[in-house]
Design a protein around this ligand. Sequence first.
Ligand SMILES: [Zn+2]
Ligand SMILES: [Zn+2]
Length: 377
Amino acid sequence: MANDYYSALGVRRDAPPDEIKKAYRRLARELHPDVNPDPQTQERFKEITQAYEVLSDPGKRQMYDQGVDPFAPNGGAGAGGFGPGFPFSDIMDAFFGAGAAGRGPRSRARRGRNATIRIELDLSECAFGATRELTVDTAVVCPTCSGEGTAPGTHPETCQICAGRGEISQVRKSFLGQVVTTQACPNCGGYGTVLPRPCPECDGDGRVRTRRTMKVRIPAGVEDGTHIQLAGEGETGPGGGPPGDLFLEVVQKPHAIFERQGDDLHCTLTIPMVAAALGATVSVESLDGPNDVDVRPGTQSGQVLPLYGLGVKHLNGSGRGDLIIHVAVETPTRLDAEQEKLLRELAKLRGEESPPGKFQPGQQGFFSRLRDAFNGR
Ligand SMILES: [Zn+2]
Ligand SMILES: [Zn+2]
């Protein structure tokens, strides 16, 4: 047999009608073209609908169980199969009732759209939060008609064509039996009412475009790409519908000194070779201002000095990230004669004066470090 209707619905061959109905309902909700318009799903929807048509009809089911497929070409009932014009919504309406597909008079009031605006913040504002004044182009309830869309003194009237139902039904005979097709009323656009005189200010839309200024508080800890939802701050919906939401998308401006990784900040501190060798106290800039940092004697290039709690505040939480200082030891260049002499003496004192090439890779001698630093390693 061409089609296995039982497995299409995922039911046993002896499934009672109730179970078949349930199985179809469940699949149809999931696969209906209104929900899922991709072609493969539509194909599957046709399959299950065809299966249901056969298995829900005791006569057709009996035929099918005896090996005759009512839908197969020349296969008995000669129904002709499912052509491209197969009335999906007719079946759905017959099955779920006309209301299931969202029919009936539509409300003129609909929810407004969401809007997204990008705000540029510097690192400090991201770290500690900020208050910003924003100017947004949006739509608000029309002050003339209060959202109703009608000229002052007039009101929406019931549509004469559909008698307020918002849809027009037609009874047709088809191979499935008698089916009722419904479509949105062309006279009222499905609203069930018409506006005898649309409001002159909003042209019946119930809202007007405007520019609005608002103050927003941006919490500490936001980062590049964070979306802040301001519920109900989007544009008002048509027909006086509720407003959508406004989203602020954070764009964090790059910082000259600090690189952000999560809530930690990283920066590089370059210190002269001698300071690294002898130790020093260095003033390091942070988001909170300058900090005195002790560089211990013998500090190497690449060593990190963490300043705990001087990073970015955690979003929606307590505490802060850290500021991580990466030390870079600067090798002196352009030595004058006296400086070079001093360094050679130092090398001699430390037993590090060797002809070039004697140091092996990985050896932590003075000159190898010098060479590494020189080569940028
Ligand atoms: Zn108006
Ligand atoms: Zn109508």
